[in-house]
Ligand binder design. Structure first.
Ligand code: WTA
Length: 644
């Protein structure tokens, strides 16, 4: 755990400030958060800062605001009306630049169209779009009228899309004919057509023309966006919503097969993101902020749309693949738009590292001031490469730990308020208001340098309101493992200086190239193949993606292992979930190792996948018959050696 004290003090205020701020946030949370909340525009002040009926928190109860008003309307009343809000670049090289006043006009036009097609406050609207400017515009248009958006990552496929639409009973789906990815067109509308056979709640499908490919339009349900928008902008007043009116629902993976619809509030979420983007990124109206995540993940919601736009910054949005047409596409974009804050994933950094520094060296990266990393643990080697070759030893790196559930960044350096010495690989310290800790299996504080579970000991404004339609699952998933504490599902270590080192997931959730997916979802997809009766997924360490998927399957009677069957299974999983579900390795097995109660013993499978010793088998005795497990293990190793 190396210590790298970096010389960033000069630009920022002295260290004491975070300590003061942090102490105040913990000692007097209500005073602290109401002071923060007053920085946003409210139509009506809140009656109570926090109503806490564990485990349900309602922040700024009784207050009224509108997220689109905060992200757009507020700016058009100032000089920012004529400054850039969005620099967008399509993969083929087309560019669109939107000022705040253009964005304001578009959000109003889109909101008018949503209303015309029957969408109102509280209705759920699903967005299944590539990374085009219409995506943030639609999110803001929904927020403007009080409709709740649920963005489905466009890399998800038929079943994943249908499940998400059905879970929230979305009234409208917004999609595109297709999107560009690595020079090819992804036919999104065709996926939608297949999914919608199962989605009776959808009344209209609005289609954005992006790729200009032929699509089938099922009138009157399906309409083209450009045919529905009025040419003239009509002002649609932003709907004042109560602070705890849901702004959005975003699905994420947990330990069971069905993804969870995480519900975020409007007031708490906006206040928390407004603060954390200032503290962590020191974001200002003159910043050019580029987060490379897809809007389909929480990082994109907070870091492309609601955080930076609330501050009146310019965002950069890029549609396509990082290595298209060549591996320096991103460095070209930083150079072209003068990006000052660059936020990306460890997987991307490791990929670029593999291609060498000659690619970033071709471009002028001197506009960069601050770098960020998110989504998975960053190894010190990648951290240092990022620091040296992208930040050119000038820019601090903020390694930000957070989750879909937390709504915003939780543990991170905060150069906007103070500079702590950075340690490559550590997310450093909790942000103001966040009481994070590491506890042992019994919920007692773990000693320094000892691995334990990362927990949060009190509510914070960005915290999820719950799981859509399932308060019991919310309670059991997050608040029952350690009573009175929010369970994150991550392992962590605190060092002697109180720095947090996040070690990855403790539960059955994988992070494949930073994308979150549950083993149970993958297993459900595998067993929906007609030749598979049973499946088990574990992950294997991957030098670039962090983790990759290893799948063990038992075949139905009469089915035989073959390369064709393997291919058909992989194709099937990609079609059901999407390309992120692609297994790296597939093993056919006659039996899976199980405990006496029938639970699959993942540690045995993991030992096979990673080719490591199984360890002390006697510890398995309570769980299963040792000889049986040894036999299965041998068979699996043989299957691996002569893998089909
Ligand atoms: C992991 C992404 C280490 C962690 C914002 C968490 C991280 C999960 C970091 C949430 C980080 C996120 N260092 N691990 N800086 N940031 N993670 O919901 O395992 O897609 O629980 O949200 O990503 O993933 P999610």
């Amino acid at each position: 755990m190396s210590d790298l004290a970096l010389p960033f003090e000069s630009r920022y205020v002295p260290r004491k400030r975070l300590h003061d701020l942090y102490r105040r946030s913990i000692e007097s949370p209500e005073g602290f958060w109401s002071e923060q909340a007053r920085q946003l525009d409210w139509f009506k002040a809140w009656d109570k800062v926090l109503e806490w009926e564990p485990p349900f928190a309602r922040w700024f109860a009784g207050g009224e605001l509108n997220a689109a008003h905060i992200c757009v309307d507020r700016h058009v009343k100032t000089w920012r009306r004529s400054k850039v809000a969005i620099y967008w670049e399509g993969e083929p090289g087309d560019v669109r630049v939107m000022s705040y006043s253009t964005l304001y006009g578009e959000v109003n036009r889109f909101a008018a169209m949503l209303k015309k097609l029957g969408v109102g406050k509280g209705d759920r609207v699903a967005l299944y779009l590539p990374m085009v400017p219409e995506l943030p515009v639609f999110m803001l248009a929904c927020a403007r009228i009080g409709a709740i958006h649920t963005v489905v990552f466009s890399g998800f496929s038929v079943q994943a899309l249908a499940d998400r639409i059905n879970n929230v009973k979305a009234k409208m789906l917004i999609t595109a004919d297709g999107g560009f990815r690595r020079g090819k067109v992804l036919p999104l509308k065709a996926t939608v057509d297949e999914a919608l056979d199962q989605c009776p709640s959808i009344e209209h499908v609005v289609v954005v023309k992006r790729a200009d490919i032929p699509v089938s339009m099922d009138a009157p349900r399906d309409v083209w966006l450009h045919e529905q928008l009025e040419a003239e902008m009509t002002f649609v007043p932003p709907e004042p919503v109560e602070s705890n009116h849901p702004l959005y629902i975003l699905f994420t993976s947990g330990t069971t097969g069905k993804p969870k619809g995480i519900v975020h509030s409007t007031g708490g979420y906006m206040v928390y993101n407004y603060c954390t983007y200032k503290w962590v990124f020191d974001i200002r109206e003159e910043s050019v902020y580029w987060c490379t995540a897809d809007v389909g993940w929480v990082t994109g919601h907070s870091s492309i749309v609601y955080g930076p736009l609330a501050h009146g910054a310019a965002i950069v949005m890029y549609e396509g693949a990082p290595d298209y047409p060549s591996i320096d596409r991103w460095w070209h974009i930083i150079d072209r738009y003068g990006v000052s804050i660059f936020y990306t994933s460890p997987t991307a950094i490791r990929m670029f590292m593999g291609h060498g520094e000659k690619w970033p060296e071709k471009h002028d990266l001197s506009s960069l001031e601050l770098l960020g990393s998110v989504g998975e643990p960053i190894n010190p080697e990648a951290w240092l490469w990022f620091y040296k070759h992208i930040g050119q030893e000038r820019c601090p790196i903020v390694d930000t730990w957070w989750q879909t559930e937390t709504g915003g960044m939780m543990i991170s350096p905060a150069p906007g308020i103070e500079c702590v010495p950075l340690k490559p690989g550590s997310a450093t310290l909790p942000l103001p208001g966040i009481e994070a800790d590491v506890v042992d299996e019994a919920g007692n504080p773990a000693p320094p340098e000892t691995r334990g579970h990362l927990v949060i000991r009190r509510p914070w404004p960005g915290m999820l309101l719950g799981i859509y339609g399932d308060p019991e699952r919310y309670r059991s998933a997050y608040w029952s493992r350690f009573p009175g504490m929010f369970y994150t599902g991550d392992y962590a270590v605190k060092d002697r200086e109180g720095y947090f080192w996040i070690l990855g997931r403790a539960d059955e959730v994988l992070k494949i190239a930073g994308h979150r997916i549950g083993t149970a979802e993958l297993e459900d997809a595998a067993v929906s193949h007609p030749d598979i009766t049973e499946a088990a997924v574990v992950s294997k360490a991957d030098p670039v993606k962090g983790e990759s998927i290893v799948l063990f399957v038992r075949l139905t009677e009469g089915a035989n292992p073959s390369p064709e069957l393997k291919k058909s299974l992989v194709d099937h999983m990609r079609r059901v979930i999407g390309p992120i579900a692609t297994p790296e390795e597939v093993y056919f097995t006659a039996k899976l190792p199980k405990t006496r109660s029938g639970k699959i013993m993942r540690r045995v499978l993991k030992a096979v996948a990673e080719n490591t010793p199984i360890g002390d088998l006697s510890t398995l005795e309570d769980e299963a018959a040792v000889e049986e497990v040894v036999k299965i293990l041998q068979e699996l190793r043989q299957a691996q050696a002569g893998a089909v």
